[in-house]
Design a protein around this ligand. Structure first.
Ligand code: NAP
Length: 308
């Protein structure tokens, strides 16, 4: 086996604990050697407060994986790239498009890997959905992405601040799937969003897009309690494809439902290891572009105040 990737994990919050730590534990190509987080740490792993002291900490790092909120991640990624480290970014990869284009340039110049991850694309149904849609005529598509902000983002004030994406934080997962499975570019025609009084980012949004002349709509809602909905339906000349539960369940016309266990983050780290070994980057900004487009052309309404 080639040398293990000596990894520093940055931003020890919900997603780092729920997904990154188990995925790293299950992949012997990686060795988690240290963390950087202002307040949190991981038992038994060397802990630093910030990325500068992580890099200066004498850990002989190969790479970092950044799990902090998008606002501020650019500076961390830039410091890591300048130090010659490979960088894996949580979604959304940065707070702005310019930041991510600049990081891609810098990674190229330093010959290190930059990986903009989109975990929902690794859901079990996504690859087979993409394969099935090849060569079919798309007639329409509908995205319904409704979840409970208090359940999935407890106390995360940053998510409703400027640069926090609001409901586009989960909504961008749906956009990452449709940009991967639909055959042509998605273009945004209209958007509407509702921002709670006193906050900067929306709790609800609706998008009208088109792909190859077919209408594609998205309904994003951060206030859905009870059953959660992460569904995509694509009508084609051969019937309707349904991706349920964030892409983990695939229903093709006339066939039984296909389901498989969640391996999204295991697959992301496997891909990162491959990219590092091949000295390549994978930078796809299409989901972020659509969100930026929504902020460019979208109408904004002010909604009721919101407290976690
Ligand atoms: P989180 O629970 O708030 O964790 C992020 C951690 O980053 C915080 O605990 C904090 O730890 C650190 N941090 C550094 N700078 C910060 C700042 N300025 N404001 C707030 N925290 C800061 O958030 P998360 O849910 O893990 O989300 C992080 C990223 O993962 C986001 O981009 C999100 O879209 C993505 N993601 C989240 C989920 C999910 O279900 N929650 C799923 C997939 C992807 P310290 O206080 O110790 O510094």
């Amino acid at each position: 086996m080639s040398e293990r990737i000596r990894l520093g994990l940055v931003g020890i919050g919900k997603i780092a604990r729920d997904q990154h730590l188990p995925a790293l534990k299950g992949d012997d190509r990686f060795e988690l050697v240290a963390t950087a987080s202002r307040n949190a740490s991981v038992d038994g792993v060397a802990a630093h407060k910030d990325i500068e002291s992580l890099i200066a900490g004498g850990h002989d790092l190969t790479a970092v994986s950044l799990c902090t909120p998008p606002e501020g991640r650019y500076d961390q990624a830039r410091i890591a790239i300048e130090a010659g480290l490979h960088v894996m970014l949580e979604k959304p990869p940065a707070a702005t498009l310019t930041e991510i284009f600049d990081l891609a340039e810098r990674a190229r110049a330093k010959d290190v890997t930059l990986f903009t991850t989109w975990h929902s694309r690794e859901a079990a149904g996504v690859e087979p959905a993409k394969a099935w849609l090849q060569g079919k005529q798309i007639k329409a598509a509908r995205i319904t992405w409704r979840e409970d902000i208090r359940r999935w983002h407890p106390g995360q004030e940053w998510i409703l601040a400027a640069g926090g994406f609001g409901v586009f934080d989960p909504g961008i997962n749906a956009l990452s799937i449709v940009t991967a499975i639909l055959p042509e570019a998605l273009l945004l025609d209209e958007a509407w969003m509702e921002v709670p009084e006193g906050r900067a980012s929306p709790l609800r949004a609706k998008l009208h897009m088109r792909c190859a002349g077919a209408p594609v709509t998205a309904d994003f809602d951060f206030l859905q309690t009870g059953p959660q909905t992460w569904d995509i339906e694509v009508d084609t000349d051969s019937g309707t494809l349904r991706l349920g539960m964030g892409g983990s369940i695939l229903q093709l016309p006339g066939e039984d439902e296909q389901k498989a266990p969640d391996r999204e983050y295991a697959r992301l780290y496997a891909r990162f290891a491959e990219l590092v070994a091949a000295k390549q980057s994978d930078v796809d900004v299409r989901p972020l572009q659509l969100v930026a487009d929504a902020f460019l052309v979208g109408e904004r309404a002010i909604g009721e105040t919101f407290a976690f």
